[in-house]
Design a protein around this ligand. Sequence first.
Ligand code: IMP
Ligand code: MG
Length: 183
Amino acid sequence: MNKDIERILVSEKELDEITTRIAGELSRDYEGKRLLLLCILKGSVVFMGDLMKKISIPVEIDFMKVSSYGSGTKSTGSVNIVLDLYRNDLPDIDIVIIEDIIDSGHTLSYLTTYLKNKGARSVRIATVLDKPSRRDPAVNLTPDYTGKVIPDEFVVGYGLDYDEKYRALPYIGVLSPEVYGGR
Ligand code: IMP
Ligand code: MG
């Protein structure tokens, strides 16, 4: 295990089970529809790759990038689109946003509204992790597909970073507080 990781929160085996389960749910729910998996860069790339391989119906993929934490461990609350979605067929498309983790909920509530305003036929959310205890009460957001609900701890791995590090870990772990100078 990486020396900066205090403990493993979601093992490789559990992540495999999570992606199998959610891929099955999506394959069932989007049968006969035009499903677009919309990966939110960069944290969701690993989940996206694992998930799309296990979906048994035709899927399209696309990418957006929004600003998030910078190098800290707390959300700023403001969302900026860094890479937009450029397509003119959104009224025919059912989007599932592929996200690594939902914390305050600001990012996804903003994105959901944004995509609906752009004309998407439907927008749902699949996330590996949910930290509902951190949700901004002003944000009314519940993911449609959730891998695992976790307590309020800063986690890395499986795409999730701290200061751009640890994304390639194959598991999700709690970062030792010493790494970012205490809780
Ligand atoms: P939200 O807008 O507060 O819901 O923030 C969501 C984004 O914050 C995620 O897509 C992550 O990039 C980042 N984030 C939130 N919690 C964590 C964490 O525990 N580890 C790493 N990144 C996190
Ligand atoms: Mg991040």
